[in-house]
Design a protein around this ligand. Sequence first.
Ligand SMILES: [Fe+2]
Length: 420
Amino acid sequence: MGFCGRFFYLDHHDCHAASAFFISGYKQAAVLVVDGIGEFESTTFYKGEDIHLKKLKHFEYPHSLGFLWEKMSTYLGFSEYDAAKVMGLSSYGQPNVYKPHLEKLLHVEADGTFKIDDALVQFRNHNYEHLEAVFGVAKRDKLVDDINKETQKYADIAVALQIATEEIFIKLSLALKKEIGCENLCMAGGVTLNCVANGYLSYEQIFDNFYVQPAANDAGTAIGAAYLIWHQILAHPKKVVSKSPYLGPSYSDTEILTILEQHSLIFRHIDDIEAVVADMLVDGKIVAWFQGRMELGPRALGNRSLLADPRKTEIIELMNHKVKHRELFRPFCPSVLKEKARDWFELPEPLPEVTDYMLGAFRAKKDKAHLIPAVVHFDGTSRLQTVCRDTNPKFHQLLTEMEQRTGVPHLIHTHFKLNY
Ligand SMILES: [Fe+2]
């Protein structure tokens, strides 16, 4: 293609690990990568120290938690990319119904090492007859869109997988802690976007600090590749790195104006937009909030977000049916003023960084949950984003305006993208 520069061939998991460790700001950390597959590896342990990452141990295909989630997602009627939906569904499941069945496929050792029986799971093909025999449940051929007598069994299978994943995360973290003995954990790889498992891991407080890179899936490996070359190969020293997720494209006022005029849209310029939008939200409106640079990673974090008032559940029915067209069982997430988050949620100390990126589920306080019913899931947890003034001043101001009007420093918050 005409490129004459130097090429570097890098391992996929090295890139995942670098994307978390070199951004984390930790001088030393245990690094855990959990995904589908990279070269032959599915799960890899590293030790990060200054500008170096050292691989300690790995598990290989077919023992892949990422692939198991993909296969189980399709077995339960979703696409292979719908692990987040399976996780949402799992909240409605009865925990022990399918635990023994899952153990036939997935065997977890005391140190978190796991083995998957590919003869039963049948990765990378459309054969489900062994899974159907193990669980005694036919592959679902359409989406689970609600929880009822007919769909409950799929939620019961989903929760068995979710609990096993949490168990593996905790056991692997304990093993890493024992091996490395430092206070910091970094995680990357698609499976580490499982915010329910991340919440459990935070509560366990195995490590003092815990960082998940917001683009923990394969999208983030390009960042890791750049850092690997810069530090590990070219030996450049570390500098202070911004952890802001607002790294995507932005649009100037002129560009926005051009689009508005091209499409003959009605618009007006507003100076105190936070106050005006807060009034609209309190009035029951759904607002599409677009500002600045797009977020890195799969979550919207206040720059490409659909927003609504979280005090009433009617608004989420409207969002589900009219705007997002998504399954009724899926939770909506709150954004909350960072300085107020502890008043509303049971949060470990120090505040887990996963809350900056909406990557952890935490229990809502029992005496507060009824005030924000639209953003507390069936299991009593919320996948919250904490918002601080320094990283997103406009969104922080909007939440402040909401609190002044309602006493609730929260917003329902979801991604622009349809069917996401
Ligand atoms: Fe990956």
